[in-house]
Structures are given as C-alpha cells and as structure tokens.
Design a protein around this ligand. Structure first.
Ligand code: M6R
Length: 636
C-alpha cells in the first residue's frame, strides 16, 4: 500500500518521480504528491516545492505539466492508499514540517501517532492533516531544533527511535542539497545507483522494483532500521544506537549491489490495454518457469533438504486472499498425492488465535505470498518460527521481507505483477505447491517412481493447456457481456473445485464489483439455495471426474429453481459420447482441457480470470485499479 519514490541526480527530478509513481500506482491511487528541492541560486538553504493532488496520479501529472513546473534535480514522491484520514489534498503526502524545511513520504502505519501528535500539539506544533505520517515531519523538525547542526543521520536516528509500527520513509531536508534519506521497518524499500563509466551519477529509492527498472538494475535491499543516505556520489548505510545516541557507518557491510534479473519491459503494458489482461497471457509462462526452476535449481533448499521433507508429519499453510486460495488447492493436492495432513489458515486469523501445533518441529509452516510484504503473512511467519516450526516461504518478489525471514524460500517465477488482481502469480503459487507435493511424495515414499514421472509429465504439459484456454477468449467475452448486468451470482464446486470457486468469485468481485459467493456445491441446499431465483447465474466448476455426477446433481438442483447455469468442465468427451447429460443442466458450457484431476484447477483458473477481466471491461471499469484496493497489503 502506498508507493514511495525518491531521486537525486543531474536530471530534472519531477518527470522521473512521476514516471516512477506511475509504475507504483498499483500500490494505492487515491492521491499523490511531490516535493522537490529548488536548484541552488543563493547560499540560502534550498526551499522545497510541494505539489499534491487528490485522485489518480494523472491529476498530479496534469497539475505539474508532466513535472515540467518543478525545477530541481532532487525530490521525493508518493501515491497513497488511505489508512488515516480520507483521500484529500491535505492528507496526501509529502507531509512537511511547520517551517516547510523537511518533507517526508511514508508507506506503513505509525501505531503510536496519537500519543506523538498529542505531545507535539501540546508544544504548539500545528497539524494540517489527519494522517499518522505528519508526526514524522514534526518529530524530525523538533530533533533539528534540539540539536542544531547535528548530522542528519543522528537526527533521523533519534527522532525515529520514538516511532512504533511499520514504515518505509523517504526524507528530504531543504538545507542538504542533492541528498535524500530513507529508512524502513517492516515495510518494503529498495535503493539503487545509476552508474555510467564506473561512476555513480544518480541514486534512487522506491517501495517496489518496477519503479527502479527504467533507471537501474543495481539495487540494495536495506535492513530494518538502517538509515540510508542517497547522494550524487552513491549510497551509504548507517546504524543508530539509541542508548549511546551514536551513529555508525555500516556501508561496507552491504557489499556490492544485487543485480536484478528482470527486463525493463517486464512492467510495461506493451500492446495491451490493461496489465491484468497482459498478465493472464503470461500465466502459462509463469507456471512453466516456476516448474522449471523447481526442477533445475539446486539452491531451492526445500527441494534438496531430504531429511526435513522425510521427517514431516504435517503442514500448516498460511496466506491471505488469492494466495490463501492457492493454498486450498495445494492442500488438496498434498493430501491426495502425499497423504499428509495439511491445514490452511488465513494469516490475519492465525496470528491472533494462539494456534495449537501438536508437533511443531515436524510441522512445516508454508507461507505463500506474491509480494512477500503482506503484513499478516509476515506476522504469521514470525509466529511459526517462534513456535519452533520449520518454515518455507513461497514468494514472487526477490528480496522481500518474507523471503528474507523464512528458513527456506522457493521463488515463483511470475515476474513483476502490476494489476491489483493477481492472475499469473496465483497460477505460479499453485504450480509451486504442486511441485512441493511431488517432491514430498517422493521424499516420503508416497509416490512410486512411475507415478511421479507421469505426474511430472502432466505438470510440464500444463502451460500448453493453459495456452489453449486463452484461445476460448471470444466465448468468455460473450459470456462476460451477458453477466455484466447481473447483481449477484454464485460459484459452486466440490473438492478442489470449491477452492477454485473461491478464487473465481474473489477475482470477479474484485474487478467487477458484482457480488459473488463461492459455495461448496453440496452445501448450497442447506440454506443459501433460497437466494436462487429466475435467471440467477450459477457458475459451476466441474473438473474433478470422481465428483462429476455429484456436481451434476447440484447443477440440476439450481437449474430447477430457475438458475442460469454456466459450467466450466473438462467432461467434454463424456458429453460428446452422451454419457453425461451436461447440456440438460447447463445453459452454457466452457470446455477445459483434460489433465490430471489434481492439476485441472490451474487450467480452469485462467478461464475464470479471463471471464472476470471481460466482465470488468464490459462494465467500463478499470480492472487494473479496482476501487478501495491496493496491490500489496502492508498494513494489518
Ligand atoms: O502479496 P500477497 O500474495 O501476500 O497478497 C495476498 C492478497 O492480498 C492478494 O492475493 C489479493 O487477494 C489479490 N488482490 C487478489 O487478486
């Protein structure tokens, strides 16, 4: 949530900051702002120019004439997802100190901001916004007043030692030309250097990789509470000791920057109208690359740690949103293929419910997250570790907090995902869990060699089957237009198809704002069937051959009550042979390719994602930036 960016170099800062913000807009889009140091003309401290707008980033781009209005080559920017205070110009970042000499941008939540605000107000500091962030600007100003001329690293260290909560902060001081400061705690922050002919020519900070990609692939992932100083010469890192109130230069300990292995175009729209559509197209490749990396990369520790895998008694998977739904599919695969007990939990519940883990040392905690920055999932990981469980993070973002803290990491290979609604990253998560099931089945001697080989073959063939689903787009677009005017609908399925129904329903709600409910197909008649009336759409998922007849009965039940039944099924052959009366109970059938039943949900997911996308477009919405949402949920 919230995107932050900072740049100091030789070029005009604001167009660069705006370009960076446009690549971060998926993190929040209810207001935006910039603060830029005016170029030096006198010996006076550089004043800061601050421009803020409410609404999408375009308003800021227009107001500043694409940044041309703001001269200066050092500045910070922000795109907001409101937590404290409504979306408004006053609440937009950057927030500035009373005299306008310090500006800050923030992602995260300052938990003790009420106390700090009260204290500062009692000292006469006037507040202009309702945000938690504003206290940071005032605390910094107070520290500057109390220690005039002190080094800014010490000022930041002493002022921020008072904050509780999570933050990634970009800080600009008027009296330090061409210099930015940053600090993070439990919130993502990346810094990078742009080098020409062996010399650093500019430095940048951002809350996410896509914003840095046009300028550099040489980055550092700062650790919690380290103070970062960015200048034209390079990046330095400092630690602050609150007891001795001293600062130590720890730049050497960071060594050389990490080189990102991502192409600059990975986060560009190219020929597509929306990122969501582009990313659905990229899902087969995300699955292919994830499977390949699981099979080929020996550094994927979890796959080579034979003793851990063979001694596991159970698995606890924990995640949020779509990642949670991916875990539900993973549970079914792991239990079917490995006969190992698996529990799946919502991270925000798990972390506060004092879970009972009977044999923690032999229970693998699997934390699944695209961003690796989801606050509740990170907290759940820490809880698992404190309980003595070995942990595996299944993460898409390199260098993220979850990846850094889990005992083992398996990276999904989806590349940057920009659309708020996850598509390719969800598919890659499911693929990673399939791999885990295959590997565990082997380590625990649950899968015979031949069976293992067959499953691997089917898994490797999945991307090609997912491609085939993309070819059904015209039919899904027509179906989407039919559904676009509905007010509510149901997704039903049994077993793995129930997990898939939950994801299909979330995807549709998220981007179309149509109310949808996912139900276990057999459960509907225990109450909810009363909501079915003439024409209510019921999307039935029927990819599990062993449950097909049961699901058909459930379709018949809703059909008899007037439902408009849509069936996503791979029972095409059976249908053709007239074995199953699918056409008797379905008004519309979407045919899916046949694969191993454990893998069917992945192929079907692509069809559901396409459907959701087209419903959103048919309703003239922006599928990439659904209302009220942001891509990574870094607050609990
Ligand atoms: O980054 P994460 O995978 O941890 O994110 C978890 C959820 O916030 C995320 O999957 C969310 O539900 C998606 N927007 C759904 O499309």
């Amino acid at each position: 949530m919230c995107g932050i960016i900072g740049y100091t170099g030789f070029e005009q800062a604001s167009p660069i900051l705006l370009e960076g913000l446009s690549r971060l807009e998926y993190r929040g889009y209810d207001s935006a702002g910039l603060a830029v140091q005016l170029p030096a003309r006198t010996a006076e401290p550089h004043p800061l120019q601050v421009v803020k707008t409410c609404g999408r980033l375009q308003a800021l781009i227009d107001k500043t004439h694409r940044g041309a209005d703001l001269l200066g080559s050092c500045g910070i920017g922000h795109t907001r997802w409101a937590t404290h205070g409504i979306p408004s110009v006053e609440n937009a970042h950057p927030h500035v100190s009373e005299d306008g000499s310090i500006a800050v941008v923030h992602n995260g939540i300052i938990e003790n901001h009420f106390e700090l605000r009260r204290e500062l107000m009692s000292e006469g500091v006037p507040f202009k916004s309702q945000t938690d962030t504003e206290v940071v600007a005032h605390l910094l100003a107070k520290a500057c007043r109390e220690a005039p001329g002190a080094d800014k690293t010490a000022i930041i260290g002493s002022a921020l030692a008072r904050l509780r909560g999570s933050y990634a902060l970009g800080i600009l001081f008027a009296d330090e030309p061409n210099t930015l400061y940053a600090i993070r705690r439990d919130s993502p922050l990346i810094v990078g250097c742009v080098r020409r002919e062996g010399q650093t020519i500019s430095t940048i900070l951002a809350s996410d990789i896509p914003a840095l990609l046009p300028l550099t692939k040489q980055v550092y992932y700062p650790e919690d509470d380290h103070i970062i100083k960015l200048t034209l010469q390079g990046i330095s890192f400092y630690s602050y000791n609150p007891i001795t109130r001293t600062v130590a230069d720890i730049t050497e300990s960071y060594g050389a920057p990490v080189t990102l292995e991502l192409s600059e175009t990975a986060a560009r729209l190219g020929k597509y109208r929306h990122f969501m559509r582009k990313e659905i197209d990229e899902a087969p490749k995300a699955v292919k690359d994830t499977v390949q990396s699981g099979l080929n990369d020996p550094s994927n520790m979890i796959f080579s740690d034979e003793s851990l895998l063979s001694s596991l008694q159970s698995i606890r998977m924990i995640a949020c949103g779509s990642a949670y739904h991916a875990c539900l599919v993973g549970k079914a695969a792991l239990e079917t293929l490995c006969r190992i007990p698996v529990e799946v939990e919502i991270a925000s519940e798990f972390r506060y419910r004092e879970p009972v883990i009977p044999d923690p040392r032999h229970t693998l905690g699997v934390l699944v997250s695209q961003s690796g920055e989801t606050a509740d999932t990170i907290a759940a990981l820490r809880l698992c570790k404190s309980l003595g469980m070995p942990t595996l993070g299944i993460v898409n973002m390199q260098g993220s907090t979850l990846a850094g803290e889990a005992d083992h990491v398996f990276y999904t290979q989806a590349g940057p995902e920009i659309a708020v609604a996850t598509t390719k990253a969800y598919c890659a998560q499911v693929a990673a869990l399939y791999l885990l099931a295959l590997r565990l089945g082997q380590a625990q001697n649950r899968l015979a060699e031949k069976e293992q080989a067959e499953l691997l073959e089917q898994l490797s063939a999945l991307p090609e089957k997912m491609e085939r689903i993309l070819e059904t787009e015209p039919d899904l677009r027509r179906l989407a237009r039919k559904l676009a005017s509905t007010h509510h609908l149901f997704f039903i399925g049994r077993g793995m198809d129930h997990a898939l129904a939950m994801e299909g329903s979330l995807k549709l709600k998220e981007v179309s704002y149509i109310h949808a409910e996912a139900y276990a197909a057999g459960e509907l008649k225990h109450g909810t069937i009363s909501l079915i009336e003439e024409g209510t759409p019921v999307i039935t998922l029927a990819t599990q051959p062993q449950l097909l007849h049961k699901t058909l009965s459930n379709m018949a039940e809703v059909k008899a009550r007037g439902a408009y039944v849509i069936c996503f099924s791979n029972a095409e052959n059976a249908l053709r042979e007239g074995v199953l009366p699918l056409s008797d109970v379905a008004d519309h059938v979407v045919s899916l390719p046949i694969t191993h039943p454990c893998f069917s949900p992945l192929a079907a997911a692509v069809a559901l994602q396409l459907l959701a996308y087209h419903v959103s477009v048919a309703r003239s919405l922006d599928p990439d930036k659904p209302r009220n949402l942001a891509k990574s949920v870094t607050v609990e």
